[in-house]
Design a protein around this ligand. Sequence first.
Ligand SMILES: C[S@@+](CC[C@H](N)C(=O)[O-])C[C@H]1O[C@@H](n2cnc3c(N)ncnc32)[C@H](O)[C@@H]1O
Length: 234
Amino acid sequence: MNHRRVPDDAYLSAMYQLAYGRLADVVGDRVSTGRVLEIGSGLALARLSGHDWWHSDVVSSDGLTLQNVAERLPFQDDSLDALVLKDTWHHIPDIEGFLSEAHRVLRVGGVIAVFDPYWGVLARFVYRFLHQERWDTRAKGWSFDSEDPWDSNQALTYVMLRRDQHVFTARWGNRFALTEYRRHIGPSFLLSGGVSRRTAISGRLLRRMLQWEERRSTWFDHLRFFHVFGLVKR
Ligand SMILES: C[S@@+](CC[C@H](N)C(=O)[O-])C[C@H]1O[C@@H](n2cnc3c(N)ncnc32)[C@H](O)[C@@H]1O
């Protein structure tokens, strides 16, 4: 993965601005203590969008506040306002371990803000057949074996929130309320090749296409590649 190219690429940086902007919207005015932690920050590119959240990842890099796994957070009970995950949810091998830990460290009314792959018609095809990461909608459970932080199941939010929606509600519905459900970023993502396979198509052109896509209403959702949602601690 070459995330270092993001700041210099007109399209990728616009995509990041959009993603972190929407995540900040989900965090919104829930911030009372000022304690917001990003999980799986990678190179902490959220800083480019001006967010002064704490940044964490299981892999060390410059710009991180702490190095830790999502499933064990070094914070006291009820001590954080928000947890932010951009493209990280589907990499967490024990997602219910993370949800338990998130519920412990968030104060009541605090939120987990998530940006992750969506399951529209186009996205399903691309993630399944053209993307280097795994897309497994038939996974038996929600956890998976992981030998490397980049191991993933990109279909994990589909599996949990759509396929197993009733199970999710039964297990987690009394602890979290699902909010702020929106889809983003259309075919411009496919044409760009994404972060790891960036094509030669002009970043400025793709950025204009992205701006056009974001102005479309929900009829466009079946062509979108990502979604953003919040889980508010009850
Ligand atoms: C696709 S990258 C996203 C990085 C960054 N959020 C971005 O969008 O540029 C996923 C990140 O999740 C991290 N990660 C994977 N498993 C993790 C875990 N169990 N706990 C914390 N971070 C994890 C990886 O090291 C990686 O940096």
